[in-house]
Structures are given as structure tokens and as C-alpha cells.
Design a protein around this ligand. Sequence first.
Ligand SMILES: C[S@@+](CC[C@H](N)C(=O)[O-])C[C@H]1O[C@@H](n2cnc3c(N)ncnc32)[C@H](O)[C@@H]1O
Length: 335
Amino acid sequence: MTAVTADRSAEPLPRPARLADVKGWFFTADQLLFDWFLSHQRERSVAGDLLELGAYMGKSAIFLGARLGDGERFTVCDLFDSPAGDAPNSREMAKSYATLTRRAFEANYLAFHDELPVIVQGPSSVVGEHVAADSVRFAHIDASHLYEHVHGDILAVRELLTGAGVVVLDDYRAEHCPGVAAATWQAVTGHGLRPLCLTGTKFYGTWGDPEPYQEALLAWLAGRGDLWHEVQQVNGGPLIRLSAKGAKEPAHPVSRYAAEADAAEAVEAPERPAEKAPEPARASGPAARPAAPRPTAARPPRGVLRRVAVDLLPPVLTRALVRARKRARTQAARP
Ligand SMILES: C[S@@+](CC[C@H](N)C(=O)[O-])C[C@H]1O[C@@H](n2cnc3c(N)ncnc32)[C@H](O)[C@@H]1O
């Protein structure tokens, strides 16, 4: 089949100032759970690498990369702008990920990290040729959402995970992708996958012993007043459901463009009294590795940023800024 992909090599690359600027689908409950599982594994010296099938623009990959331990390998597999191997997958790509390019993923990733992960550009069915069996402690399956692909990804990941490895399945219950639900529960009832917990968007499981994870997770949840949870019995074992409505996201890696964006924001914002400088974001636990250049060790108050921005701006912008500030003062002085 011939797939025609648009040449986007001339398009400007993204310069995300924060993780929220990276397009993708990675919500608070899952950010908290990724953080918890990865920290918990590190605290208990669970060895192994990280793996993501389906990275899109890098949102969850950037987050995972910040929790990579020394000497660990992070592999990301995605088709990016390569053609899919079958017609349904091609249609899925054209419908949902038409603007995706590997260059955009790399630009996003390198905004937060010094080095790229190991990238396998191709169908997830080849991942076993690039990742060793029994080597992965945490795998995120979020590539094609079609049954045949997800079923294959689950069986492939089963071989790659270590004994205590955890697998996360995206969109296991979404209306638009019943194939993920079918493949997920088939793995539970037919292929020995033990459920650990669920959010509204992701399923967490293991082929190892679920009990120590669930015990520790329940202990953590008991101390988190901002997270709701309950336990149900499924297929003869407990399953934790949780939701994080209103909870705060865990720490994100800091972008090398954060200071630039703060300065631009300060120029646009009307004058306000100086705020207390917020602490820079830090991922919790020893797994949290500081991301690449962190220009905002402690942010100066807005007033200082505004001055610096004015000094660095071209005269035409500075004059516009001065005019805008004068206008704001005149309006504020009106009765
Ligand atoms: C839902 S997105 C991933 C979202 C990402 N994990 C995030 O949190 O933002 C799915 C990705 O899977 C990729 N994909 C689709 N079919 C694939 C296949 N057969 N093999 C590898 N990647 C595939 C798409 O290119 C897309 O980037």
C-alpha cells in the first residue's frame, strides 16, 4: 500500500515552555500513578528499563524520561511519520495523528532533556527485536488502539517485562476503541495478566505478584486526602479504582524555554505587586532525575523579569510595552 505523507520539514519546531504545552493525553491521575510506581520500584531496588509504545508528541515520554534511573535505558517506539503496515492502522493514523512528525517529538523531548531516548521508528510489532526479554520494569502501551495491534503489544510486552514489571494500557475502556478493552480483559482472563489498579483512562497490571504493589498503593492512598479510591473484586483478585479530581499534578521536568516564556509573559501581563518566587518543579523520590538545563533555579519576582525583558527587547517592542503600561495606569487612575 502506498502511503502519502506530507513533507513538514520546513514547519517550525515546537518550543514548549512547560509539559502542558506538549500536545497529548496524559492526565493527573496517571501522572500521579506513573510517579508512584516508578518511585516505588526505585525505592525497592526493582531493576529494569522503561518502555513506551506510542509516544505521539512526547507528553508521557518526557515525564517518563525524567524518572529514568542511572544506567537505565528508555526505549520509545512509534511510527511517527512512517507509513503504517495495514489499512486500518493507516486510517487510524490519518484520523488521529496526521500532524505528527519525529522531528516534533524530538524537539519536544529535547526541550526537557539533554538526550533523546532510544527511538524505534516503526510498528510496535518490531519492538521485541530492539528490547531484550526480561529487561523492562515499566511499560506503557499507547500505540495503535486497534484490537490486533493491542493484543500483539500486550503479548510482546509480557516477554520484555521483568518478574516485578508493570504494564500500563491506555484507553482500556474508551468508546471509540473497543479493541483495547477486548485485548485488555482477554489478557486478564486468558493470559495471566493481574490487574493492579485503574484510572478513568489507563489500566495498570503485572504478570508478577500484585499483592505487594497493591498493599503499598493502598497505604499511600490512605494518606492522600485529595485522591478518591475503592477496591472491587475482579476475576478472583482485588482491583483498585482511583480518581484524582482536583488533585495537584506531580512535579514536571523543567523546559529549557521556561525562562524565555516567563519573560514574555511578564511583558504581556499588567503590572502587579511582586510575587513570592515559586520553587522550581522537582519530581519526587530518588527516581526523579533533574531534566536538562534548568534556567529557572528560583524564579525572580515578576517585576524583575519585566525589567530584564524590557532591557533585552528590541526598541519597537519596548516602546509598545511602555505605551501599554501608561494606558493601564491611566485607566487605573480613572474614577
Ligand atoms: C495516543 S498516541 C500516544 C500518546 C502519548 N503516549 C501521550 O501520552 O501523549 C498513539 C501513538 O501511537 C502511534 N502508533 C499508532 N499505530 C502504531 C503502531 N502500529 N506502531 C507504533 N506506533 C503506532 C501513533 O503514531 C501515535 O503517536
